[in-house]
Design a protein around this ligand. Sequence first.
Ligand SMILES: [Zn+2]
Length: 197
Amino acid sequence: MLACSEPTPPSRAGTYGFEAGGDVFHWPAERLPVRFYAQPTGNLRFLVQHAVDSWAGVFLYGEFRGTLVADSTGADVIVQADSVPDVPPDPGAPVYACNEVTAVPPIDTNNRFTEPFHIRVAVLPGFTPAQVAACLRRTTIHEAGHALGLFQHSPDPVDIMWGPSGAAPITADGPSDQDRRTVELLYHTPPTVLPPP
Ligand SMILES: [Zn+2]
């Protein structure tokens, strides 16, 4: 507990890094809500909405908000998948049943991203649809975190932005306290890169 007479200065304690090659990016207030397009495959739109809500929910002052749009034209983040099961997620131990990749766009000479972020979702063979659904639910939040500007991985498996090495699943169900502190710090750090036009 902190008494009000003991204000604490902002600290980087309890956070992980978010810059890439010295570049910092977050969506500026005037670009909110960030427009997410999810291919209408299985329940992918639901998964992306859940990811957007998970991140928006950690901010106290609406520093990030996102919305799903029906058309990829003009979208800021485009999420695509070949196939996605539409079943409830398996409640058991997380398994590496899916794989997702976020393509951070190139940067032009004006330090502006040239195109939307692209997230590609892949289902791995040999797992039940429910195991895949559970993997996709966690991993879509993780990839959306990259699209918010969290360009580094956490070293801690309790964080949704943990970066497993090799064939290991994301194990957190949503943003942890450290994820929250990190993304809040990011959204209060001046960006060096501008959003796509
Ligand atoms: Zn990642």
